[in-house]
Design a protein around this ligand. Structure first.
Ligand SMILES: Cc1cc2nc3c(=O)[nH]c(=O)nc-3n(C[C@H](O)[C@H](O)[C@H](O)COP(=O)(O)O)c2cc1C
Length: 225
């Protein structure tokens, strides 16, 4: 797979096959992704990788914690989104919801169905490997952007091995459980998780391709005529 195919074929995978990932591959991905650029070469990412029994235990603990309540109201340590959304972001976010829940046959008015799907985040969508990405809480926007670079290097490299990923900010809401579970030191905070495994491409959750704005909407070209 070349770099163009890796970028084109990456999707946020929301259901994974019951197929393990070679631990050496996981280590290789996490190490290689650190070739990502970062301002001043600060390399501000810190990664926790879980599989097998520790992952099952964490999922069990979180499953018990969210049973009977709506985790969408739990606070992360940082504002995942602004409190209210404006255009064009509002429409894009709504369209994403329509596409995802539509693919799964969950009605707009089906609050319980939507909640159930949201809670699948905390099963890592059946992925056999889970990564948590944390950052020093005293670092700023520049270094947070570097985390995005690290994540994407990892997600594109995963495609090179035929693996799929789903970045998951929803896990930031579980910082009170994840922190002590993996021993995140107090100076670090949880940014997000990444589900990693072999995607089930026959699953309805993976049946759509998310749209993108037209080039002219987000890029201004000067001097190219
Ligand atoms: C930092 C980050 C966090 C995300 N968190 C979640 C999440 O918690 N749950 C989820 O289902 N998707 C999550 N997504 C996936 C986005 O919804 C997805 O990237 C977007 O809709 C575009 O679709 P695509 O990734 O399939 O191209 C996240 C994406 C990013 C970059």
């Amino acid at each position: 797979m070349d770099v163009f195919q890796a970028v084109d074929s990456r999707i946020s995978c929301r259901w994974f096959l019951d197929r393990p990932v070679d631990p050496a591959l996981v280590r290789d991905l996490i190490a290689r992704a650190a070739r990502a650029a970062s301002g001043g070469n600060l390399q501000p990412w810190r990664v926790y990788a879980l599989t097998g029994a520790p992952l099952a235990a964490l999922k069990r603990q979180v499953g018990e914690a969210i049973a009977g309540h709506d985790p969408r109201h739990d606070d992360a340590e940082y504002p995942i989104y602004p409190k209210t959304m404006w255009e064009p972001y509002k429409t894009r976010r709504e369209e994403h919801g329509v596409q995802l829940y539509g693919a799964l046959g969950i009605d707009r008015g089906d609050a319980a169905g939507r909640l159930e799907q949201y809670k699948r985040n905390f099963e890592f969508f059946n992925a056999p490997v889970a990564l948590f990405v944390t950052i020093d809480r005293n670092l700023g926007p520049g270094q947070w952007a570097d985390l995005g670079g690290y994540l994407h290097a990892l997600m594109f490299l995963a495609r090179g091995h035929g693996l799929d990923t789903c970045p998951q900010e929803s896990w930031a809401r579980m910082h009170r459980i994840v922190g002590p579970f993996v021993n995140v030191p107090p100076e670090q905070m949880l940014f997000c998780a990444v589900a990693l495994g072999y995607g089930d491409h026959m699953h309805p959750a993976n049946s759509f391709r998310s749209p993108r704005a037209e080039l002219g909407e987000f890029c201004t070209f000067l001097g190219f005529e």
